[in-house]
Design a protein around this ligand. Structure first.
Ligand code: IPE
Ligand code: IPE
Ligand code: MG
Length: 309
């Protein structure tokens, strides 16, 4: 167990901002399905988690993983490269993370690709990010479709330049039949903005007499948000060494397990995801109850995992 902490770079705070080693000799405790000689059984444990049975251990796989992919710029700077090259390398890490998530049975993967606040970056960098998004949409679409991955967007897609928006819309259409995993790209996304816009939409409907204030509860409210088709986040990972949410999924990650990693996003490897899932798997999720109640299987007072499907 302590090995796993060490390999994530969590045991030594002074290793922050250094490339760690998820590629070292230590391998995760469970295999990707394809590395196993016999495909491991994969079955639903509850409404929110699946279990991958590997050679010697059961691991609960979170149903919804969200990732703040931070550190591309610093990764490039450490190598004397332009920030844009860090973003290009980051796009390659996205590819691997998506494929790994689908293979281990994650049902929803949500990636913070571009925040509302990122519009404030230098114009050249914003343009490069938009171009990379178009490249990703065009180059990866066949692979995504063949893996059964459906692409979805949260945030304000309409704020993107026309060419980028069209490429993303094509990708959504092209992958619409995917049933294995939903890959959600957060684009021009802001958590507060999403909440405020939901409140405004409800206010408009209430004023028109279409909604009664007493009808508005958590799931009713969530149906007004761009995340309406997503269940609550189970595991939220941030790379780049910062321990903040930067306006990501403020409403949806209310009970998420948070994993902050010191590595920069381009260094995120399939094993990094597996190790984060292992960390998640060892957490006792109490949802307000005591540990004894959890062990006895008593229900929580509310169902924070209610999938808004
Ligand atoms: C994350 O990496 C990518 C985006 C925000 C689009 P950064 O570009 O924020 O990298 P750092 O944090 O400057 O290293
Ligand atoms: C968060 O990273 C946004 C994305 C990863 C898209 P930032 O680099 O923009 O976050 P801050 O500015 O450090 O909080
Ligand atoms: Mg950053």
């Amino acid at each position: 167990r302590s090995n796993s902490r060490k390999s994530l770079g969590l045991s030594k705070p002074d290793q922050r901002f250094h490339q760690t080693s998820t590629q070292g000799p230590e391998s995760p405790r469970f295999c990707l399905p394809a590395c196993s000689p016999r495909r491991p059984a994969c079955f639903r444990l509850s409404r929110t988690e699946t279990v991958v049975v590997s050679e010697n251990e059961k691991v609960r796989v979170p149903r919804h993983v969200a990732i703040i992919m931070d550190g591309n710029g610093r990764w490039a700077r450490e190598r004397g490269l332009a920030r844009v090259e860090g973003h290009a390398e980051g796009a390659r890490a996205v590819r691997d993370a998506v494929e790994t998530a689908a293979r281990i049975g994650v049902e929803y993967l949500t990636l913070y690709a571009f925040s509302v606040a990122n519009w404030a970056r230098p114009r050249g960098e914003v343009e490069a990010l938009m171009r990379l998004l178009v490249d990703f949409a065009k180059k990866e679409r066949s692979e995504l479709r063949s893996l059964g991955i459906r692409v979805n967007v949260i945030g304000a897609l309409e704020d993107l330049p026309t060419g980028t928006r069209h490429a993303v819309e094509d990708l959504i259409r092209y992958t619409a039949d995917g049933e294995k995993m939903t890959l959600t790209l957060a684009l021009s996304y802001g958590g507060r903005q999403d909440i405020v816009e939901a409140a405004r939409a409800l206010a408009v409907r209430a004023r028109a007499g279409l909604v009664l204030p007493e009808e508005i509860d958590e799931s009713f409210f969530h149906r007004e948000m761009t995340t309406r088709t997503l269940p609550d986040v189970d595991l939220l990972i941030r790379t780049g060494g910062e321990s903040r949410l930067s306006d990501f999924l403020l409403y949806e990650a209310a009970y998420a397990e948070l994993v902050f990693l010191p590595i920069m996003w381009p260094d995120f490897k399939p094993t990094t995801l597996l190790e984060s899932v292992e960390l998640f798997s060892r957490k006792e999720r109490r949802f307000g109850r005591t540990s004894d109640q959890v062990v006895r299987g008593e229900a929580a007072a509310f169902d924070p995992l209610d999938p808004a499907e």
